[in-house]
Write a protein that binds this ligand. Structure first.
Ligand code: ZN
Length: 135
């Protein structure tokens, strides 16, 4: 894994949280994006080399809705950038980690993503993400 690509934070109200993070970081979000397949709307902030992803539920049965219901707002996942997501999934699987989706799927911000179940990583949901090449 290369680096932490972003930290995902679950929020109840994306507009209000965008305002809050804009004040906190003194920059506006650089994009908002709906990922319909996950039932989420996201926004992204860049501060120095780091990114924050805010996520809110647009589908009451989606994973973010369930997370907010169970745990409330807060850190939802840590995402690591990888060069070869398929190889990384296989590597982690062999080591005994529980992979939530063994076939990478299209996530927000032009990424292929896969998730490692929090129960196999001390309660932290881990996202692997690989930039989708645009050439
Ligand atoms: Zn993410």
């Amino acid at each position: 894994m290369n680096k932490i690509e972003h930290i995902g934070i679950a929020v109840k109200d994306l507009n209000r949280s965008n305002d809050l993070y804009e004040k906190l970081l003194a920059i506006p979000p650089y994009k908002e994006e709906v990922v319909a397949s996950e039932g989420v709307k996201t926004s992204f902030f860049k501060t120095g080399p780091n990114k924050i992803e805010l996520l809110t539920a647009i589908d009451n049965n989606g994973p973010i809705a369930k997370f907010l219901e169970k745990k409330g707002e807060g850190i939802h996942h840590i995402a690591f950038a990888v060069d070869d997501i398929v190889a990384e999934i296989q590597r982690l699987k062999k080591l005994g980690f529980t992979i939530l989706n063994e076939t990478p799927k299209k996530g927000a911000d032009n990424k292929l993503v896969a998730f490692v179940h929090p129960k196999s990583v001390n309660g932290v949901l881990i996202e692997l993400c690989q930039e989708i090449s645009t050439n």
